[in-house]
Design a protein around this ligand. Structure first.
Ligand code: NAP
Ligand code: F7E
Length: 334
């Protein structure tokens, strides 16, 4: 029997990687797209999955749309990846962030409970929920206390507990993936890794003189999105719902990411090419994230495949290719 998945956030970074994985496994994939005058399918195009996905229009903030779509699509698995996911914007967009990331999850859980209670539900939780709190010598585990430091993280904490609560209250199969930062060539352009990859590519090609960034000392546990969607899928193949942390176990600073990205294009001395701009600093920063995903390793058999250096090279190469293609188009137009 062919399985059906309902995936929100299908046009973001993780949605297309997950859709690719599910389509390869023979799933029928419905992808939720919020209404836009000009919808953007560049990420599903990039991974070659646009034609395989059945796109449906709806919004996490509109409960009626979710009730109707869960009733009509009858999914076996629901992956909730949609969110206002940019931490930096969440102070200025606190209400919108809360409505989509917190209440939106309640609406979707309710829709599943009413129309397809046997469906397995995945919630995209985040390492941001830990804030600066850590145990085990600064490393986070599933037992580390939460201390969210942004409206984004607070909204995700509500969704995390609501997901647990539907499991405990109604016996539904729900799972939280507490994912640490994961990146790829289709990462949104305002996130620091992609901003650096694109900036380095443009500097290398003589299209830009510098990159403006905020806190270069922040440290993150950066993995590859293609690896992380496998963990999401594995969580829903278990006999019961549970919560798992997903990370590489390594932490690197923004400065180290810059080192690796510039080194890859043969630039050793990049200090003069990076400007620090306070506009990109946050009212409250999460200084260090480093996760220990032993539970995912032992129970799901999951391990990351792509390491830090390979990830940086993959992202810079993809942006070099994009920038060169754009230059080629311009030359052709002339
Ligand atoms: P992303 O690239 O920002 O994608 C977010 C997606 O959500 C987009 O497709 C967006 O559609 C959609 N969306 C936003 N608001 C919506 C709404 N009200 N209704 C329906 N759809 C809406 O995020 P990502 O990096 O793929 O991350 C996927 C999920 O994992 C997010 O929930 C994020 O918070 C969480 N997460 C990400 C990471 C990470 O490092 N990437 C780590 C931990 C957790 P439009 O583009 O059309 O607006
Ligand atoms: O920032 C610092 C910034 O915006 C990483 C989301 O997917 O992962 C992501 O959240 C670090 C922060 O990601 C700039 O202050 C310095 O310390 O790439 P980011 P994030 O905030 O860690 C988590 C797990 C999620 O759940 C989120 O959805 O880099 N930084 N200079 C900068 N960050 C940005 N964006 N821009 C800068 O210029």
């Amino acid at each position: 029997m062919q399985k059906t998945a309902f995936v929100t956030g299908i046009t973001g970074q993780d949605g297309p990687y997950l859709a690719k994985l599910l389509l390869e496994k023979g799933y029928r994939v419905f992808g939720l797209v919020p209404r836009h005058s000009n919808p953007n399918f560049s990420n599903t195009d990039y991974l070659g999955v646009t034609s395989g996905i059945e796109f449906v229009t709806g919004d996490l903030t509109d409960e009626g749309s979710l009730l109707q779509l869960i009733r009509s699509t009858r999914p076996d698995e629901v992956y909730n990846l949609a969110a206002q996911s940019f931490v930096g914007a969440s102070w200025d967009l606190a209400r919108l962030t809360t409505e989509a990331n917190a209440l939106g999850v309640l609406y979707l859980l309710n829709a599943v409970k009413h129309h397809q209670p046997t469906a397995k539900f995945y919630q995209a939780s985040t390492s941001e929920m830990f804030g600066n709190s850590a145990e085990d010598g600064g490393v986070q585990t599933e037992r580390t206390p939460f201390h969210p430091r942004s409206p984004y993280a607070i909204s995700k904490l509500y969704a995390y507990w609501m997901t647990v609560n539907f499991r405990e209250s109604y016996g539904m199969f729900t799972a939280n993936g507490i994912l640490f930062n994961h990146e790829s060539p289709i990462r949104g352009r305002e996130f620091v890794t992609r901003k650096i990859a694109e900036g380095v590519a443009r500097i290398k090609l003589g299209l830009e003189e510098s990159i403006s960034l905020g806190n270069l000392d922040a440290r993150r546990d950066w993995g590859f999105a293609g690896d992380y969607v496998e963990a999401m899928w594995l969580m829903l193949q278990q006999s019961h719902g549970d919560d798992y942390l997903v990370s590489t176990g390594e932490t690197h600073s923004v400065r180290e990411f810059l080192d690796a990205a510039f080194a890859h294009v043969g630039i050793a001395d990049w200090q003069g090419l990076v400007k620090v701009d306070p506009r990109f600093k946050r009212p409250a920063e999460v200084n260090v994230l480093q996760g220990k995903s032993r539970k995912a390793e032992e129970r799901l058999g999951w391990k990351p495949k792509v390491g830090f250096e390979e990830l940086v090279r993959m992202m810079v190469d993809a942006d070099l290719e994009r920038q060169r293609a754009r230059l080629g188009e311009k030359a052709f137009a002339v």
